[in-house]
Design a protein around this ligand. Sequence first.
Ligand SMILES: NC(=O)c1ccc[n+]([C@@H]2O[C@H](COP(=O)([O-])OP(=O)(O)OC[C@H]3O[C@@H](n4cnc5c(N)ncnc54)[C@H](OP(=O)(O)O)[C@@H]3O)[C@@H](O)[C@H]2O)c1
Length: 271
Amino acid sequence: MDMSRVAEQGLVLLGCGKMGSAMLAGWLDHGLPAASVWVIDPYPSDWLKAQGVNINTPVPEAPAVVLVAVKPQMMGAALPAIQALGGGGSLFISVAAGTSIATFEDVLGAGTPIVRAMPNTPAAIRQGITAVIGNSHTSDINLELAENLLTAIGETVRLESESQMDAVTGLSGSGPAYVFHLIETLAAAGEAQGLPHELAMRLAKSTVAGAGALAMAADEDPSQLRVNVTSPNGTTQAALEVLMHAEEGFPDLLHRAVKAAADRSKELSRE
Ligand SMILES: NC(=O)c1ccc[n+]([C@@H]2O[C@H](COP(=O)([O-])OP(=O)(O)OC[C@H]3O[C@@H](n4cnc5c(N)ncnc54)[C@H](OP(=O)(O)O)[C@@H]3O)[C@@H](O)[C@H]2O)c1
């Protein structure tokens, strides 16, 4: 991660809760000097205070990057603190769900380079995936810098248009919760077959984690991996008949779930 420009000109982090702290931890680990970071947060955590970064002190006039990591509902109260930095050379990056590029352009000026990013909660252990899209003033160099910073919390992917953000929110943004629910219900189903709770939970967590790791590592795509473990008339086939072919099976349920999240994301961005 090339942090030299950020180290020289500084980085302002607006909001240092779960997402902000996960990113900051990654940057400091990758060698960004603590003295190059200015954090604005009304209630800095003990962890943050121990990092040696500048907290709630006057920020540089032209930092390389301003990263916004406050909750969307706090945005109105939080943005005035960084409004004056808009329209200069600073790149703005927002990880706030549901806050559109147009909202930032209204506050910061349309000439400001702004990258909107959608991470997900595995970011906390640097195994997130973050989708990014820049406004029309974002150069390739800006996008690369944003991606470099966001690799602190996992992988990144580029979108073609901001309109894809609602579908991304429905898939990877909210997706970890679907997988947590899969783990819960898989464990409960094992318990219903007679296993004790702790054993069922351990088997369920490890099965989801192991299958996820295999899906990432294998050359075959997930549908082929599924076929590979499904012997004719075997146990897996018996289960898949239910999951894949029952009315309201997995395909139908997940389509509806992701659509509901994407629809809600569209509504939230209009509120
Ligand atoms: N968590 C996720 O997996 C996830 C996924 C995708 C997107 N996001 C987005 O990431 C953003 C941050 O989420 P989070 O989970 O990190 O939330 P969070 O833990 O609540 O962090 C937000 C931080 O901003 C601080 N803050 C509140 N008002 C502020 C103000 N006026 N000025 C500066 N800082 C202020 C909060 O302080 P207090 O705690 O004192 O209020 C808190 O430390 C959200 O917009 C969310 O949509 C999160």
